[in-house]
Design a protein around this ligand. Structure first.
Ligand SMILES: Nc1ncnc2c1ncn2[C@@H]1O[C@H](COP(=O)(O)OP(=O)(O)O)[C@@H](O)[C@H]1O
Ligand SMILES: [Mg+2]
Length: 375
């Protein structure tokens, strides 16, 4: 097969900006050619947060957000093309994840909603755009999430090493690659989201850079127990979650009746993220032979890979695992998700499946998303 170029666009639950990548794909290899992080305006972010928290909205507001996000994603692509100097007509397709505003996989009328009109992206960039990746999997009874495990499998599966790929975005999700076993993957629970929310309502910061604030606090055991006492953590996979469950009102309810200094809450939230991840990762550990421990790797990507407190707590709680970022295994930890959606676009463009039914619970393999031609 000839080399093809794809662009991936990802804007996750953190709403910290739009990540774009330009990749070259050839048979089984993928090469990063360029990347860009494009800012999301504060008023747009606030409007999104409002509807995500189930505040009453109306169809006009939803439609307008779909439109604004379509332009934002198109502008992010145009900025990427300008930075790289690579012409638009050399790109085969864009894979756009869209901005999730609601994810409800386990309710009677299950649905997931990503906004960012792909018609606008295709029209403004003149590049064929593939979007709406999650709903086909859901139509087959799956969670529609996570969709990155097939890509992780392609990049990191090994014949002798158990690898868990951990993405710490707003939500944290793992992909478990055990030699000669089917892939497992699911959302472990909150990643950075509660920490971001807590510091934002405390002092207006978007996030606790390098966990500076959390490090000044002490973990509160009572609060930690309460946070862990949430049915989601006992639920078997397949499972996925989002802001609909883990949000500020949820945290405030857990805090009710407790008098805890704000920095201790932040420290406890960091510990909570680390503990929920550890509890899941440890279930995939070989427990027989200590020498096998060198053959277990936890590869971390997403913004949380930059959080030294989270990384230290994971390493401390998982002494039998080599904890490192995916960058140390050759794939930039900040671009993994956007690269995954570029790769999923490539799969769909070639009518290849992108989901893993053993991960999402869908009844079968399927090609994902819809194609919006450039012209
Ligand atoms: N230096 C850092 N220290 C602590 N946290 C960080 C740092 N850099 C990024 N983050 C965290 O990563 C988040 C963004 O992660 P990202 O992978 O983009 O998530 P999403 O996919 O949900 O957008 C930020 O909101 C912040 O919480
Ligand atoms: Mg992000």
């Amino acid at each position: 097969m000839a080399i093809e170029r794809y662009i991936g666009i990802m804007s996750g639950t953190s709403m910290d900006g739009v990540d774009t990548v330009l990749v070259e794909i050839e048979e089984n290899s993928i090469r990063l050619m360029g990347e860009n992080s494009f800012p999301m305006g504060e008023d747009l972010k606030q409007a999104l947060l409002d509807i995500c928290l189930g505040q009453s909205t109306n169809l006009q507001a939803v439609g307008e957000l779909d439109h604004r996000l379509g332009h934002l994603f198109a502008d992010a692509v145009l900025a990427l093309l300008e930075n790289t100097g690579i012409p638009a007509d050399s790109i085969t397709a864009i894979g756009s994840h869209g901005q999730t505003v609601f994810h409800s996989p386990d309710t009677q009328y299950a649905f997931t909603m990503q906004l960012g009109d792909a018609n606008i992206i295709a029209a403004k960039t003149h590049i064929t755009t593939i979007a709406d990746f999650r709903r086909k999997d859901m139509a087959l009874g799956g969670q529609g999430a996570p969709l990155v495990p097939a890509f992780h499998q392609q990049l990191f599966s090994s014949l002798d090493t158990t690898r868990v790929i951990l993405n710490i975005g707003g939500i944290a999700n793992i992909t478990v690659l055990t030699p000669n076993q089917p892939v497992t993957g699911y959302d472990t629970g909150p990643g950075n989201m509660l920490m971001d929310t807590w510091i934002h309502q405390y002092n207006g910061s978007q996030y606790d850079a390098n966990a500076k604030w959390a490090k000044t606090g002490t973990v509160n055991k009572i609060l930690l127990e309460r946070l862990l006492d949430e049915p989601y953590f006992k639920q078997p996979a397949p499972k996925s979650t989002g802001r609909e469950l883990f949000n500020l009102p949820w945290l405030q309810q857990k805090l009710s009746g407790l008098e805890i200094p704000a920095e201790d809450v932040q420290a406890t939230l960091a510990e909570f993220t680390a503990v929920t991840i550890t509890n899941d990762v440890i279930t995939y550990q070989h427990n027989e032979k200590p020498e096998l421990s060198t053959k277990q790797e936890l590869l971390v990507c997403g913004g949380g890979a930059h959080n030294p407190l989270l990384m230290a707590r994971l390493a401390a709680q998982l002494p039998n695992w080599q904890v490192m970022t995916t960058t140390e295994r050759g794939v930039d930890s900040d671009n993994m998700e956007a690269m995954a959606f570029a790769w999923l676009a490539y799969r769909t463009y070639h009518n290849q499946p992108g989901n893993l039914p053993e991960v999402t619970g869908a009844s079968g393999l399927t090609s994902l998303g819809a194609i919006y031609p450039a012209s």
